[in-house]
Design a protein around this ligand. Structure first.
Ligand code: AMP
Length: 192
């Protein structure tokens, strides 16, 4: 199946969970830039060492680093027929970089999924996740910072994708399975 997708939504909207479930369903890899960065931090690589302090503060890792990482990942054979990008693109420069990479492969996005959730629900979920996972960037300050960056830099990207006819917006509140079904239904014939 061919499905080249981006999933967007603020931290805590459940997009990581949904990206993984949807990826299994569609038979494509879920590619989370946050997970790749975290794996590098854990492995003590140069990339990880460069990214750690930035991530802990809730800021964005510089575009040159992030774009190069995504370009390399999308060149892997398992992404040839499709992928779900989770956490990327996050700003206008990354949107442009992604378009360039895909154009270089002679392909384009099939859809951009946007998961919505209100701020109170997000803060409640992020608080629970901080207690469960112990992520070093789930401090109150870093959470605030990440939500602010999302609102300022990432959420506005949906307008551009909507203008290109790619945006599919889905309510992220509900049981995990329910939300997955909504996503599958909303994607409809866009993938296949
Ligand atoms: P996430 O797991 O998506 O919340 O990402 C965790 C952290 O990794 C972010 O707060 C950023 O510091 C970094 N990161 C992940 N994706 C990106 C991206 N597309 N651009 C810049 N930084 C990113």
């Amino acid at each position: 199946m061919s499905a080249r997708l981006v999933i967007m939504g603020p931290q805590g909207s459940g997009k990581g969970t949904q990206a993984a479930l949807l990826a299994t369903r569609l038979g494509v890899p879920a590619i989370s830039t946050g997970d790749i960065f975290r794996a590098n931090v854990k492995g003590g690589t140069d990339l990880g060492n460069q990214a750690k302090a930035i991530m802990d503060a809730g800021d964005l890792v510089p575009d040159e680093i992030t774009n190069a990482m995504v370009r390399d990942r999308l060149a892997e054979p398992d992404a040839a027929e499709g992928f779900i990008l989770d956490g990327y693109p996050r700003n206008a420069a990354q949107v442009e970089a992604l378009d360039g990479v895909l154009a270089g492969h002679g392909v384009g996005l099939d859809a951009v999924l946007e998961l919505t959730a209100d701020r109170d629900e997000l803060l409640a979920r992020l608080g629970r996740r901080a207690a469960l996972e112990g992520r070093t960037d789930d401090t109150a300050e870093a959470i605030e910072r990440r939500l602010a960056i999302y609102e300022q830099q990432t959420a506005p990207l949906t307008a551009g994708y909507a203008a290109r006819g790619l945006l599919v917006t889905v309510d992220g509140i509900g049981q995990v399975d329910e939300v997955t079904e909504r996503l599958v239904a909303a994607l409809g014939a866009r993938v296949g």
